[in-house]
Ligand binder design. Structure first.
Ligand SMILES: [Zn+2]
Ligand SMILES: [Zn+2]
Length: 377
C-alpha cells in the first residue's frame, strides 16, 4: 500500500478481524463509510460506458499511506517558466496541519507551503483564465474545509480567520507576493526579475460572468494570435455577432460574395448555421488564425476584444448533484430533452464535439428539429 496507496475493502475488514479492532467489527460498514466521508479513504469510481451505471468499487485510495517520493523529472522537465503559472498556499505556522497531507497527494509541499503549478503543453499564454481561476478556487475551498475540520477537532472554538493565504509567483517561481499586496493595486508589484506579478494574479483571479474585458486588457497574446481557432471558439464568435458583421468579416478575409450567397441559399431557414459555417469555411479553406480575425476586425473598426470573449469559457453552476452529472443519461431522458432543444440543436452538437460533416448530415436527413436533436444526442 505504501507504493500505490491502494487498498480493497476486504483487506481492511480482515485487518479489523484482529483482537485490537474487535469493537469496531460489528460496525465495519459504517466505519468504512465514515472514512470515505472524511476523505481519509477515497473511492475509485468507474462507470459502465454502455449503461452509464456505476460499477461496484473494488479499489480504494488512501493518500496518507502513499510514502513514495516523487522521483520523476516532471517538475524540472515540464514546469518551465515558458509553460507554467504558479502560486503558493502559505500556512501561518511553521508547518502544514497534519490533517492536510493525509488527504492530499503532496508532491509539491515545501515547508509550510503548498505550491500549485498549472502547466500548458505549449505555452502559458494559452492557459484559459477561467480554467486557472476555477482550479484555484476549487483547491482553496478544499484547503479551507479541511482546515476548518482540523481546527474543530483540535480547538473548541473555530477560529474564523483562515490559517493560510495565497502568494503569487513571478515567471521564474523565485519571488512570491502575497495576495493582499496585489489586491491593493497601490504598490508596484514588480519583482527583482522585472516581472509584474499582477499579470499572473489576474489569470488566477478572472472575474466571472464578464461580458467585457478589463480596461487594461492588452488583447490576445502573440501565442494565442498564431493559433487556429477551435470549432467551439468559432461557434461562440458566430453566436455573438450579427449576420451582417460575419458577412463583412468574411469578405475582409477574402471570401467571395458568391460563396456567401451560396451559404445563405443552402441554409435558408437557419442563419445561425450560415454564420457558423462561414467561419468554418474560412478556417478550412483559407486557414485563418486568431491573428487574421484580429486584422479583419481592425479593418472593420471593430474592437479586437471580441476575440478575448471568444476564448473565454462560460462557467455554469449546476444544481444537479455531481454523481448524477457523472452518469450517462438514459434513452428516456434523451427522448424528453430532445423536444426542448429546438434551434439550438447544432450549437449543442458542436459543444458535444460532433464534426461539421456529422452535423450537416443530421441537418439534411431530418427536417424535424426534435428528430435532429435526438440524433445529435
Ligand atoms: Zn522574480
Ligand atoms: Zn480583451
Amino acid at each position: 500500500m505504501s507504493e500505490n496507496g491502494m487498498i480493497q475493502k476486504v483487506d481492511l475488514y480482515q485487518i479489523w478481524e484482529q483482537e485490537e479492532f474487535r469493537q469496531i467489527l460489528p460496525f465495519k460498514e459504517y466505519i468504512f463509510d465514515m472514512l470515505i466521508h472524511l476523505d481519509i479513504v477515497s473511492e475509485q469510481r468507474r462507470y459502465d460506458t454502455k449503461t452509464g451505471s456505476r460499477l461496484p468499487i473494488e479499489n480504494f485510495f488512501v493518500p496518507c499511506m502513499l510514502t513514495q517520493r516523487n522521483d520523476t523529472d516532471f517538475l524540472t522537465q515540464e514546469c518551465t517558466p515558458e509553460r507554467t503559472l504558479s502560486l503558493a498556499f502559505v500556512f501561518k505556522g511553521t508547518i502544514i496541519p497534519p490533517a492536510l497531507p493525509n488527504r492530499l497527494i503532496c508532491a509539491c509541499l515545501k515547508g509550510n507551503k503548498i505550491l500549485l503549478y498549472l502547466v500548458h503543453k505549449r505555452s502559458k499564454g494559452l492557459i484559459v483564465p477561467e480554467i486557472a481561476t476555477s482550479v484555484r478556487e476549487c483547491l482553496h475551498l478544499t484547503l479551507e474545509r479541511i482546515s476548518e475540520f482540523y481546527q474543530s477537532t483540535v480547538h473548541e472554538k473555530v477560529i474564523s480567520q483562515l490559517p493560510f493565504h495565497t502568494d503569487y509567483s513571478c515567471s521564474r517561481f523565485i519571488c512570491y507576493f502575497p495576495e493582499e499586496r496585489l489586491a491593493l493595486k497601490t504598490d508596484e508589484c514588480v519583482c527583482n526579475h522585472g516581472d509584474d506579478i499582477t499579470l499572473n494574479w489576474k489569470v488566477w483571479n478572472q472575474k466571472q460572468k464578464q461580458k467585457q474585458c478589463d480596461p487594461d486588457c492588452t488583447g490576445l497574446s502573440e501565442d494565442a494570435l498564431s493559433q487556429i481557432p477551435s470549432n467551439t471558439e468559432l461557434l461562440r464568435l458566430s453566436v455573438n455577432c450579427a449576420t451582417r458583421m460575419i458577412h463583412d468579416l468574411a469578405l475582409h478575409l477574402d471570401m467571395e460574395e458568391s460563396e456567401w450567397s451560396d451559404m445563405v441559399e443552402n441554409y435558408p431557414r437557419n442563419t445561425q448555421m450560415v454564420k457558423f459555417l462561414t467561419l468554418i469555411d474560412l478556417k478550412e479553406n483559407n486557414g485563418i488564425r486568431f491573428g487574421d480575425l484580429a486584422k479583419g476586425l481592425i479593418e472593420m473598426k471593430i474592437t479586437t476584444h471580441t476575440l478575448c470573449m471568444m476564448r473565454r469559457r462560460k462557467q455554469v453552476i449546476s444544481s444537479i448533484q455531481d454523481d448524477i452529472l457523472d452518469s450517462i443519461p438514459t434513452d428516456e431522458i434523451l427522448d424528453n430533452i430532445s423536444t426542448q432543444i429546438g434551434k439550438m440543436v447544432f450549437q449543442l452538437g458542436i459543444e458535444l464535439g460532433l464534426s461539421i460533416a456529422d452535423l450537416e448530415n443530421i441537418d439534411k436527413c431530418n427536417c424535424d428539429l426534435t428528430a435532429q436533436s435526438k440524433e445529435v444526442l
